[in-house]
Ligand binder design. Structure first.
Ligand code: 1HN
Length: 349
């Protein structure tokens, strides 16, 4: 049934009057709000190391560390320009710190992770504990922990930063505080937390923080060795191959309350099954070469490339080469699970 011109005009006038009272009709937007499946604002994307690495060198040359709280190139989702976001919940960036430099100490409520890509001799200090940074190491600086970075080596060090910053912003829960000094004085021996909590042993005379993993650094050598040994006898998941979680040893859950992180091994000539799930994922290539197919688009990746898979986008991993391929990834899935919002399904075809 069509409406008379008169009633259409009356409605438009009515909608304008509603707006002047700061109200709006639901029925005109209902179907946009309740889409049958998720419609994320973020799009899939691939950032190439070959493109970004020279740009990091320019940042090193152009911007003194004293003028930048952190010398970082933000990986901005093409649909979220200006929002410092790789998806509507996650942040990712590449950070470079020159020989002898310090990235000053501060703390914030956003949870952060580091995945080391290049260089030797840097450390991240978290609440007075220094974690050495070697290629492939996974380091956490959870909610409201003091952290600074230093490079005692003779060449630049580069890593991937991952944060839940857009999620914390959406929840209007950002707090930030600079430390009273540039650097935290070391309060415990290097890697202390790993010896205390990261060997399948628990100190009986103390308790650990409840919200996040008590371990600051998960070394690459150990994660990689585990993957290689598992790969000799198992195929792992049909979707992810052999995948290990950076686990909080106190509860078997993710290392931080909002971000889960993984290292995965795609065996030579692996062609895995396509699936989709809620929650977004940022991938960073570590070893070998492979193909990540997202929404039918193929991203051919090389070491240190970064890719993003938004919520519910069908995706599939392939390794057509004769060498194993290794990917690091992190996801906001822990933000969804407690609220019944996590879904996962195989995608055929
Ligand atoms: C931050 O504190 C670091 O500590 C890196 O290295 C990137 C991006 C946004 C907000 C805080 C760091 C960051 C950040």
């Amino acid at each position: 049934m069509t409406h008379s011109t008169e009633s259409t005009q009356e409605r438009e006038a009515y909608y304008q009057r509603l707006a002047s009272h700061d109200v709006a009709p639901l029925w005109t937007v209902f179907r946009q709000l309740l889409t049958p499946t998720p419609k994320p604002r973020a799009v899939p994307h691939h950032w190439r190391w070959a493109t970004l690495r020279p740009l990091l060198d320019e940042a090193l040359r152009l911007v003194p560390i004293e003028e930048a709280e952190r010398r970082v190139l933000v990986l901005e989702n093409p649909r979220l320009k200006g929002e410092s976001a790789i998806t509507s919940t996650l942040y990712a960036g590449l950070q470079i710190i020159g020989a002898g430099e310090t990235a000053r100490a501060h703390r914030h409520t956003a949870n952060a992770l580091r995945f080391v890509l290049e260089g030797e001799g840097a450390f991240t200090a978290v609440n007075g504990e220094r974690a050495p940074m070697q290629r492939g190491d996974f380091i956490i600086t959870p909610v409201w922990t003091w952290h600074d970075h230093g490079n005692q080596g003779s060449a630049p060090v580069v890593w991937l930063d991952g944060l839940d910053l857009p999620a914390a912003q959406a929840l209007a829960a950002i707090f930030f505080e600079p430390f009273q000094e540039v650097q935290q004085p070391p309060a415990v021996p290097e890697d202390d937390s790993r010896w205390r909590w990261g060997q399948g042993l628990r100190p009986t005379f103390e308790s650990a923080p409840g919200l996040y993993s008590p371990i600051r650094r998960y070394p690459y050598l150990i994660a990689r060795e585990s993957l290689a040994r598992l790969a000799a006898t198992t195929k792992g998941s049909p979707y992810d191959g052999i995948m290990l979680q950076y686990m909080n040893p106190l509860n078997g859950g993710p290392a931080m309350p909002t971000i889960d992180a993984f290292l995965q091994w795609l065996p030579p000539r692996a062609s895995l099954t396509s699936h989709r799930h809620t929650g977004s994922t940022v991938y960073c290539a570590v070893e070998g070469r492979g193909i990540l197919e997202v929404d039918g688009i193929e991203y051919q990746w090389e070491p240190n490339d970064v890719m993003v898979v938004p919520s519910w986008a069908p995706h599939r991993h392939r390794n057509p080469h004769s060498e194993p391929a290794i990917l690091f990834s992190f996801t906001d899935a822990p933000l969804l699970r407690p609220f019944g919002l996590y879904r996962e399904e195989e995608v055929s075809g």
